[in-house]
Ligand binder design. Structure first.
Ligand SMILES: Cc1cc2nc3c(=O)[nH]c(=O)nc-3n(C[C@H](O)[C@H](O)[C@H](O)COP(=O)(O)OP(=O)(O)OC[C@H]3O[C@@H](n4cnc5c(N)ncnc54)[C@H](O)[C@@H]3O)c2cc1C
Length: 475
């Protein structure tokens, strides 16, 4: 039987009173995830460095307590939220938000795990640099590594994994082993690349305390257009041709369905409808970026204009219309979708991916099959078409009179995931990772031999599943 008061007193003696929160009112903000996941925590502890993280791990071992790492709490699979037991201790990295150490010549930055993406970019901007993972939230670097965040510019810059050159980790074993993997080298084949095991594993292998990230020249030019493909099926032809004509300048290729855009126009009247006629069945937000200035002879607007002119030439051309410029308004539309769908109804959200060559067939299949099975459901899909990612978000409208029950939602989820994984060979989690929200899918679709190896690795770093909310082995 754990004496809660005595363990907390011991923790406060180790780390000081500012490090520990235990008042229920103070805990509330840490106990609930942005969209999914809520429970009760034993307390929140806020270390200032890796040494304090080690002290926390040893203290938790001594008292048999379970730990959860938490960054900015913007994750979308409930992986940073406690369960209802009231036994788990949340380790928040919010006091590790200050270390940002730039190496200009290596074009890398050493950052503390709690540093927020926006603060990092604010510090990099005066040096003409950025960390280019782009999303509609402001996560911490530790959380981004644990979730392997993607975002809307993945086509050009890749995910977090592709930009990670070093990692410092504290394991959840009894010794609280401190692993220093901070080489910052772009080329290093001198052994097993251990740092990759902590990327995208939902904080269940160890605490990330610091990282070395590759940073990139800040784009000096940007050219944006909203494209209307002749038919939805022409979208991939647009992508293929733009990749061939614009090469590495192509940074985003984001699709938005009519139903998704109409939701934004309805619930965010400040976002103007840019289309003269009806809202098209599908629109694509295309963005080119370059770090070269126009004085170097590279003019992105001109390049985009001539690439689009070629795509609109002829009766069978894949491009029906293009609205150039208006970058801010186009991104407002794209980033507004997720929240506006929630104003329209109950959202059943899917963060999925397939091979790009299969994405339109998957979309057609889902629209047709879902409409037949659940006529109330509206498919309001949008997402990162350029990297095979799709947020296949389904809205059960508030005004349809019949609210969905839990069994129906479960049935819809199983139908979509089964077809996606078994028929289209896609991924049930394209970029949000694995957490209590979708761990059942992980267990359902992961081969037994893969489960066994993942479980062995987790036990090696985190022997008695003391850390995290996911078990990667078979349950
Ligand atoms: C509006 C909105 C838009 C989003 N758009 C995208 C998008 O386009 N692409 C995308 O990929 N994601 C997106 N996300 C999801 C989310 O922002 C990312 O998953 C993010 O990387 C989570 O970081 P965080 O700091 O908030 O982590 P948290 O939510 O606090 O935690 C996430 C996971 O990381 C673990 N963790 C946190 N810190 C550490 C640490 N120091 N050591 C070990 N483990 C740790 C947690 O235990 C948990 O498993 C979006 C979220 C929102 C709310």
């Amino acid at each position: 039987m754990v004496d809660r008061d005595a363990t907390l007193t011991e923790l406060i003696a180790l780390l000081g009173p500012k490090a520990v929160l235990s008042d229920p009112a103070e805990l509330a903000g840490y106990e609930r995830g942005t969209r999914y996941g809520s429970g009760r925590a034993a307390c929140v502890v806020r270390p200032r460095d890796a040494l304090e993280v080690q002290q926390i791990v040893r203290w938790a071992h001594k008292h048999g307590l379970r730990l959860i790492a938490q960054g900015a709490n913007t994750g979308l699979v409930a992986a940073a939220s406690p369960d209802d037991s009231g036994d788990q201790v949340i380790v928040s990295f919010e006091r590790m938000r200050h270390e940002i150490d730039l190496d200009v010549h290596n074009r890398t930055v050493r950052v503390g795990a709690g540093v927020l993406l926006q603060s990092l970019n604010d510090r990099l901007r005066p040096h003409g640099l950025c960390f280019p993972i782009d999303l509609g939230a402001n996560p911490s670097i530790g959380g981004m590594i644990a979730a392997n965040t993607g975002g809307a510019r993945l086509m050009k810059y890749g995910d977090v994994r592709r930009n990670l050159l070093g990692l410092e980790v504290v394991l959840a074993n009894e010794d609280a082993t401190h692993l220093e993997l901070m080489s910052g080298l772009r080329k290093d084949n001198s052994g097993v690349d251990l740092k990759q095991l902590f990327v995208g594993t939902s904080g269940a292998f160890g605490f990330i305390t610091a990282a070395v990230l590759e940073v990139h020249p800040l784009p000096r030019q940007r050219a944006t257009a909203l494209l209307v493909p002749r038919t939805a099926a022409s979208a991939m032809e647009l992508l293929r041709t733009l990749e061939m004509s614009c090469g590495e300048l192509l940074t985003s290729f984001e699709a938005m369905s009519r139903a998704a855009m109409e939701c934004v126009f309805r619930f965010r009247p400040q976002v103007r409808n840019p289309f003269d006629a009806d809202v098209p069945e599908l629109a694509i937000l295309v963005e080119l970026t370059s770090a070269a200035s126009t004085s170097m002879g590279v003019d992105l607007e001109r390049i985009l204009e001539s690439a689009l002119a070629a795509l609109a030439d002829g009766d069978e051309a894949p491009l029906a219309d293009a609205l150039l410029g208006r970058a801010e308004e186009s991104w407002q539309l794209r980033h507004g979708i997720s929240d506006c769908l929630r104003d329209a109804g109950t959202v059943i959200a899917f963060d999925i991916s397939v091979r790009r060559s299969a994405i339109l067939a998957l979309r057609d299949f889902m629209i047709q099959e879902l409409r037949q099975r659940w006529p109330h459901l509206q498919v309001c899909d949008f997402g990162h078409l350029g990297d095979g990612g799709l947020h296949l978000n389904l809205v059960w409208p508030h005004d349809c009179g019949v609210p969905p029950d839990a069994a129906t939602i479960q049935h819809v989820r199983e139908f979509v995931y089964d077809a996606l994984v078994r028929q289209f060979r896609g991924s049930f989690s394209a970029e949000h990772g694995v957490g209590p929200y979708n761990v059942a899918m992980y267990e359902r679709y992961t081969a037994a031999n893969r489960l066994a190896i993942a479980g062995d690795l987790q036990r090696l770093f985190n022997p008695d599943a003391r850390l995290g909310t996911v078990r990667f082995g078979s349950s």
